[in-house]
Design a binder for this molecule. Structure first.
Ligand code: ZN
Length: 218
């Protein structure tokens, strides 16, 4: 039986048969944790660390074999942080991801043009976390090599991702609980129901997807 992979959670839970990747916000905690993690500076907090300090912290995290990806990082036009500052911080994550051969966990709100442009052609695994895009957006993003981490949006039959999921190749899908209280098992059930595939098969596929991002570009 394949374990569940929770690619992005803010709650470091130890659960039987679940591999959880805990999201660490570097402005809150910069120690290397004793479990799988991602580390970065979220665009909402882009003003809370200098680029020099952030650079040192990202390098330090990269030395841990438990670092799965840098992030979450990205661009958000709905927050108060000036875009120029967000772009500088995001660019630093992107450079570190290239240098250290690590994937990026991406947060994007209304900045898809910028995200696509900046990441185009970079040799980095790009994972859109909490993805809840429409069919139209998904169609557009598919040509740009993103991977998609699906969260609780899939449990709402009226959500955009519920309608768009069928467009995404199953080899590009992950599941996550993020900050929600939903279980990773419920997210897997939602994805397997929306795709009309057996949950056991989905577990195998996502495990393979995870193994791939853990072994590539090292
Ligand atoms: Zn998150």
């Amino acid at each position: 039986m394949y374990p569940y992979i929770n690619l992005h959670t803010h709650k470091p839970l130890k659960e039987e048969n679940v591999i959880s990747v805990n999201n660490q916000m570097l402005q809150e905690a910069s120690d290397i944790p004793p479990h799988l993690f991602t580390a970065g500076l979220h665009p909402w907090y882009a003003d809370q660390l200098s680029l020099n300090v952030l650079s040192l912290l990202l390098d330090r995290c990269a030395a841990s074999p438990d670092l799965v990806a840098f992030g979450e990082t990205g661009l958000d036009k709905g927050c108060r942080i000036p875009m120029k500052m967000q772009l500088d911080v995001f660019d630093l994550h992107l450079k570190k991801a290239v240098n250290h051969g690590k994937p990026l966990i991406l947060h994007c709100v209304r900045a898809w043009d910028e995200l696509v442009e900046i990441t185009a052609g970079t040799p980095v695994i790009k994972i859109l976390h909490g993805y809840n895009g429409s069919e139209q957006l998904t169609d557009r993003l598919l040509q740009n090599g993103f991977l998609y981490s699906i969260g609780k949006g899939i449990l709402n039959p009226l959500s955009k991702i519920h309608a768009a999921l069928h467009l995404i190749p199953i080899s590009s899908i992950f599941c996550e609980t993020d900050t929600s209280n939903v279980t990773i098992q419920e997210i897997y059930q939602g994805v397997s129901a929306a795709l009309k595939i057996n949950e056991e098969d989905l577990r195998g596929v996502i495990y393979d997807n995870y193994s791939k991002i853990r072994s590539e570009l090292k």
